[in-house]
Write a protein that binds this ligand. Structure first.
Ligand code: HEC
Ligand code: HEC
Length: 115
């Protein structure tokens, strides 16, 4: 009995510690852990028509090794800036990566054309 209570305590402590330092290198997005960031990442990957490894070293996603990941941080800042400075004051819907990219890494010049 004593042992099982102790092991529950250790498990709780450990999972808490793991969650607290879950994300290591998130500079722009407001997310605190994988449970919050992964759904956003899935949506963003779909908006660009790519898989996670387009931007990530799949052994450690916190590394900044791939140039697409670096560019993406600036794109995230751009989207945030457009929404905060223009779309919200205009009371219009927020833009997303999809607004321009439409499922491609290179947005179509004519928005009515398929990429
Ligand atoms: C187009 C590029 C891109 C794609 C595709 C992408 N990511 Fe990311 N990901 C990023 C960027 C940029 C960051 C850092 C964001 C920041 O600094 O705010 C990040 C951060 C993360 C982190 C946090 C890592 C850490 O500890 O610092 C996780 C986890 C993650 N992505 C998971 C995924 C998964 C899972 C997928 C596929 C479903 C995916 N990403 C697809 C660009 C991408
Ligand atoms: C206002 C339009 C617009 C929005 C919104 C936008 N992008 Fe872009 N993005 C572009 C344009 C234009 C390019 C340049 C494409 C080219 O040169 O072919 C680009 C290029 C990129 C590239 C570089 C592709 C490469 O070859 O390395 C990445 C990665 C990218 N965007 C990610 C994103 C992500 C992620 C978002 C959402 C957070 C986003 N973009 C939102 C217009 C946009």
């Amino acid at each position: 009995m004593k042992f099982s209570l102790l092991s529950i305590f250790v498990v709780l402590l450990f999972s808490g510690a793991v969650q607290a330092q879950d994300l290591k290198n998130v500079q722009v997005l407001p997310f605190k852990n994988a449970r919050e960031i992964v759904p956003y990442m899935k949506e963003m990957a779909k908006d660009l028509g790519v898989k996670c490894n387009y931007c990530h070293n799949m052994k450690d996603k916190s590394l900044d090794e791939i140039k697409h990941k670096i560019i993406t941080r600036d794109m995230m800042k751009m989207v945030k800036g457009i929404n905060e400075n223009f779309m919200t004051p205009l009371k219009m819907d927020a833009i997303t990566c999809w607004t321009c990219h439409r499922g491609s890494t290179s947005p179509p010049y004519n928005i009515n054309e398929k990429p």
